[in-house]
Design a protein around this ligand. Structure first.
Ligand SMILES: [Zn+2]
Length: 285
C-alpha cells in the first residue's frame, strides 16, 4: 500500500475549470497526480446509487481511492434509543453509497458531550459503535472501515487519546486523525515534530503498528479560539497551523502509508498536491 492524497469535496479550482459534476472529479484529480477523494455526505446522504456508481466507475478508471464523510448530525455519545436508531440509519445509508462508489472507508464524528459526564459519553459512544458495527455486518457492509475522527472542540468527544481508545476495541475501526482539529482543540499544541511523534507513539501503543501505518487523516490549517476550532483556512495561513512538513517527515521516516485528505477552504486540491510533494520529498531523504 502507498500513501494517498486528495481533497475533501470539490475545490474552487475544479469549478473554475468549468466542472460541475463530481463524476468528472476523479479524472481531474488524476491530472494533478492525486489519488484519493472524500465524498461529502456531511449535510445528509442525498446521492442516488446510480450517480454513486458512475462516480465509483470513474474513480476506479483513474486510480482514485474513494472515501465517504458521513453526516455531521450523527452523535454517537447519545443514549436516547430513537436518536441512536436514526444515527445507525445514517451510517447504513452512507455504507450503501460507499458500496456503490467502491469506497472502503467512511469517516464519522463522535459527537458532543452535552450534559453527560465525559465517562458516560465515552461509554455510550463505545456501545453505539458496537451496535453500528454489528448492523453493518448484518447488512453486508462488514468489509467497510469506519474511521473515527479527532474533533476540533474540547466539548466534543474526539481527543487523540479518546479516539485511539475507541478504535482499539475493534479491527473494523481506524482513526481519522484530523491534525488541524487536534491543534485547534489544544490551542496550538499539535504543531511540532515532538507533538506528532508523541501522537504516532500513542497510536502505535493503542491500536498497533500495522493499523497505525495505514491510518486515515484530514489535514488543514484551522483558526481556533479558547473553545477550539473556528474555521478552516488555506495553506496561505501563517498564524494558526499546523504545518504539514513535520507530519510528512515523520510519516515517511516510519514507513507509514496513510490516506491524507486535505480539507483546506477552497484550495484543498492544490494543497493536497503540496502535501504529496512534501511526503515524497521526505521519502527520498
Ligand atoms: Zn469531519
Amino acid at each position: 500500500m502507498e500513501a494517498r492524497f486528495g481533497p475533501a469535496g470539490n475545490a474552487q479550482a475544479f469549478a473554475d475549470a468549468g466542472f460541475k459534476a463530481t463524476v468528472d472529479a476523479p479524472r481531474w484529480l488524476s491530472t494533478l497526480g492525486l489519488d484519493a477523494y472524500e465524498y461529502q455526505c456531511g449535510r445528509g446522504v442525498n446521492v442516488g446509487e446510480e450517480t454513486a456508481a458512475k462516480i465509483g466507475a470513474q474513480a476506479a478508471a483513474h486510480g482514485v481511492a474513494m472515501s465517504i464523510h458521513t453526516p455531521y448530525f450523527i452523535n454517537l455519545s447519545s443514549d436516547e434509543t430513537v436518536r441512536m436508531e436514526k444515527n445507525a440509519g445514517y451510517v447504513l445509508a452512507s455504507c450503501r453509497v460507499a458500496k456503490a462508489m467502491g469506497a472502503t472507508r467512511l469517516t464519522v464524528h463522535c459527537g458532543g458531550q452535552g450534559k453527560l459526564s465525559r465517562a458516560r459519553a465515552l461509554a455510550n459512544t463505545s456501545k453505539n459503535l458496537r451496535n453500528i458495527l454489528s448492523l453493518m455486518e448484518q447488512e453486508g457492509f462488514g468489509s467497510l472501515t469506519l474511521c473515527l475522527e479527532t474533533m476540533g472542540k474540547q466539548s466534543v468527544i474526539g481527543s487523540a487519546e479518546e479516539v485511539c481508545a475507541l478504535v482499539a476495541q475493534d479491527d473494523r475501526l481506524l482513526p481519522c486523525i484530523d491534525f488541524g482539529h487536534l491543534n485547534a482543540r489544544t490551542q496550538g499544541r499539535y504543531n511540532s515534530r515532538e507533538a506528532f511523534a508523541g501522537l504516532f507513539d500513542l497510536m502505535e501503543n493503542t491500536i498497533g503498528v500495522a493499523r497505525t501505518r495505514v491510518f486515515h487523516s484530514h489535514f488543514s490549517k484551522i483558526e481556533y479560539g479558547e473553545k477550539g476550532e473556528k474555521r478552516h483556512l488555506t495553506f496561505a495561513d501563517t498564524v494558526y497551523g499546523p504545518d504539514f512538513a513535520p507530519v510528512a517527515a515523520l510519516a515517511a521516516e516510519r514507513g507509514y502509508t496513510p490516506t491524507f485528505i486535505c480539507e483546506s477552504a477552497g484550495t484543498q486540491a492544490a494543497d493536497a498536491v503540496t502535501m504529496k510533494q512534501l511526503y515524497e520529498g521526505a521519502r527520498q531523504k
